[in-house]
Design a protein around this ligand. Structure first.
Ligand code: SR1
Length: 402
């Protein structure tokens, strides 16, 4: 048989991906490779390749020229594969233990070959199953502080920063967030997806001028504030965990944006999980663990960020004592607002979360979704009054009280 063509872009099949990996000298027994497509995400193909002799395995992730979740009617640039692999490499310089190891990238074929994390579990699924990860908050807090500080103007020469901003211009993927997080859920748009029973609560969102003003401001911040290289899609499906280790995956939405965005998305997805626990009987213990995770993440982030500010800065203004507290407050306020947008969009927008959708009793599901919408809107509107962690936690506790 003819060998498959592996130097020109075409979506891989389980045969052609094996042909491709054979050319890379990764395995000692490349003739005994088995491939399976295991991708369950919205955008890409993901293959696991196993070497039969040794059981060694790797992952090949390949971008499709369209959004898999919608189909060919939603074209997307293949450049996101390059963005993802470059982001993983940059991130590995500061937190090598918190990202998968990249073995190879091929920009022409829009794919990244990386370490297989099949010993890990997806955080979202674990949280839904009531499993708790005590090291998670410290890991994510450190990941955020290190990645965001090291790519900011506080750490980089302005020429280097601006070169990176250009390299990570990611218009297609940013447009997805601009539409799906900041726009469509706040208007009567065909991409929205919610049951009829939720319509009164959704219409209250659409009619709330104060809310729309604040979401518009947050969207404009997302569009214009190139503070640091973000992950850009830091929900609990982008995090793999074991009891000892955490890996942040899928940074294909990476671009230079407001630092609070990554924090906000992470907080929102933890809060969405906390809301889903209102449908369970073991809720008090679970809720306090989840709230502790948000608290510990922020505390670790702020401590690590402060340490980097003091010890690794490149900017003379880091020595002026009033600036760090102001900057941390901005990040905090932004994070709360972005968290609110994420909570609303995961409840009524195109891309839902299993945490809420898997609540079996339909009536309870609607009640919890109504509560999510109220909490999301409240966080967006009152973010500048929630100056401290304890204000924020009190507000979340209020929403979780039955
Ligand atoms: C069409 S993509 C839908 C969502 O999946 C990604 O993971 C992002 O969260 C995006 O908004």
């Amino acid at each position: 048989t003819q060998p498959a063509v592996v130097n020109q872009y075409a979506p891989f099949t389980t045969q052609t991906v094996v042909e491709f990996v054979k050319t890379l000298s990764i395995f000692d027994h490349p003739n005994r490779l088995i491939a399976n497509e295991i991708g369950d995400g919205n955008l890409n193909l993901v293959f696991q390749l196993v070497e039969l002799e040794t059981n060694r395995s790797i992952i090949v992730k390949q971008a499709l020229p369209y959004a898999k979740v919608v189909g060919e009617s939603w074209p997307l640039s293949l450049n996101r594969a390059k963005i993802e692999s470059e982001s993983l490499r940059i991130t590995a310089k500061v937190v090598p233990d918190l990202v998968p190891h990249v073995l190879h990238t091929d920009h022409e074929l829009a794919c990244t070959v990386m370490e297989d994390l099949s010993d890990y579990n997806i955080l979202r699924t674990e949280l839904i199953s009531n499993h708790h990860y005590p090291l998670l908050a410290e890991h994510i807090g450190r990941y955020l502080a290190q990645t965001l500080f090291s790519t900011s103007d506080f750490a980089l020469h302005p020429f280097v920063k601006k070169e990176l901003v250009q390299k990570f211009t990611n218009p297609d993927l940013c447009k997805i967030t601009e539409d799906l997080v900041f726009t469509d859920p706040f208007f009567d748009h065909p991409t929205n997806d919610f049951p009829t029973e939720l319509r009164p609560a959704v219409e209250a969102i659409w009619a709330d001028e104060t809310l729309l003003t604040e979401v518009g401001i947050l969207k404009f911040q997302f569009l214009t504030q190139a503070e640091a290289l973000l992950h850009g899609d830091l929900h609990t499906g982008s995090i793999f965990v074991t009891s000892q280790s955490t890996k942040v995956i899928d940074p294909e939405f990476a671009f230079f944006g407001p630092i609070g965005f990554d924090l906000g998305q992470f907080f929102a997805n933890i809060i969405l999980n906390a809301l889903s626990k209102l449908a369970t009987t073991e809720r008090p213990a679970l809720l306090s663990e989840l709230l502790r995770t948000t608290e510990r993440t922020w505390i670790t982030f702020a401590q690590e960020f402060t340490k980097l500010w003091d010890e690794s800065n490149q900017e003379i203004y880091t020595n002026v004592s009033g600036i760090l507290p102001r900057f941390l407050l901005k990040i905090w306020t932004d994070a709360i607002g972005f968290a609110g947008c994420e909570i609303v969009r995961r409840t009524i927008g195109l891309a839902h979360v299993a945490d809420l959708d898997s609540i079996e009793d339909f009536h309870t599901q609607i009640e919890i979704k109504e509560r999510a919408l109220q909490l999301g809107a409240d966080l967006i509107k009152s973010r500048t009054q929630l100056y401290s962690l304890s204000h924020f936690i009190q507000r979340i506790k209020g929403a979780l009280r039955s």
